[in-house]
Design a protein around this ligand. Structure first.
Ligand code: PAF
Length: 285
């Protein structure tokens, strides 16, 4: 039976009870507006752990002043149904004052090594907000395993690095991106798209597929692969490119050439109307 709690003490008590019965604790942090990508995270957690906690918290500190914090979709009862179907045990829905008891600027965690580029460059302060809230939530839940999606690739690296740097005792598990049948990566922000924009949004996965195809055909020059990505995005009239990068999959340093021992990842951020979407694909193993 799914429980939904707001208080830190209630989470700690439920987790303590689960631990007493020797259950492994899984944690899936979310901002709600749950979709099949989130279900997959919860299902993976369920498959591997005895007790699954999902947090639903629209974290104000990871939104810039002109971003969509106020209109970010909030749908708690639908979200609880998704959690129930995916067999979560506990949903934690803290209030803002619980997570930020003094002010939202009370204390921050930064991971500068991985936060300056890409999403971090386009959204200053974003990863500081993400790292801060994830550390706070980890401290409340104290799980054995943390489940994050690969769609937010840079976020995954930032959180992994934070966990390493602070020696947080949790194993970070990443779960592949879930896609719509036409390739669009599942995202809560897909809800903002009207019908034409929804069609146009297919351009992200199409561009990544073309980049992968050029690598399969032997292309190794990272600039030429960036050009493949840019050209694909430019073909879509409703799309405006924010960035198209080919980077080292571990450090996010821009690559000159593929091969040479490091994995390469292509990362895209594209605006479709007022909606900013991101996606990525690993190009070489
Ligand atoms: O990926 C998200 O939904 C958020 O960035 C996270 C990890 C829940 C932190 O607010």
């Amino acid at each position: 039976m799914l429980s939904v709690v707001e208080e830190v003490s209630a989470v700690r008590e439920a987790v303590a009870r689960a631990r007493k019965s020797d259950k492994t604790i899984a944690f899936v942090p979310t901002m709600g507006a749950l979709h099949a990508g989130h279900s997959k995270l919860v299902e993976c957690a369920r498959g591997e752990c005895g007790f699954v906690v999902v947090s639903i918290f629209v974290n104000p500190t990871q939104f810039g002043p002109s971003e969509d914090f106020a209109r970010y979709p909030r749908a708690l009862s639908d979200d609880c149904l998704v959690c129930e179907r995916a067999k979560a045990d506990l949903v934690f829905t803290p209030r803002v004052e619980t997570i930020y008891p003094h002010t939202s600027a009370g204390a921050y965690v930064e991971v500068p090594a991985l936060s300056a580029t890409l999403e971090g460059a386009s959204r200053p302060g974003h990863f500081r907000g993400v790292a801060t809230v994830v550390l706070k939530l980890l401290e409340i839940v104290r799980p054995d395993r943390l489940y994050l999606g690969e769609k937010d690739y840079q976020q995954l690296l930032v959180v992994r690095r934070m966990v390493e740097e602070f020696q947080v005792s949790v194993e970070v598990r990443s779960v592949p991106t879930v896609r719509e049948p036409d390739g669009l990566a599942m995202s809560s922000r897909n809800r903002y798209l009207d019908a034409d924009q929804r069609q146009a949004a297919r351009v992200l996965s199409r561009a990544l597929a073309q980049a992968r195809e050029s690598v399969r055909s032997g292309e190794k020059d990272a600039d030429r692969i960036r050009q493949v990505l840019r050209a694909a995005i430019q073909c879509e009239r409703l799309a405006t490119l924010d960035y198209a990068e080919v980077a080292d999959a571990a450090t996010l340093e821009p690559l000159k050439e593929l091969g040479g021992g490091s994995r390469a990842v292509a990362l895209l951020a594209v605006r479709i109307g007022g909606t900013r979407l991101i996606d990525n694909a690993v190009l070489t193993e």
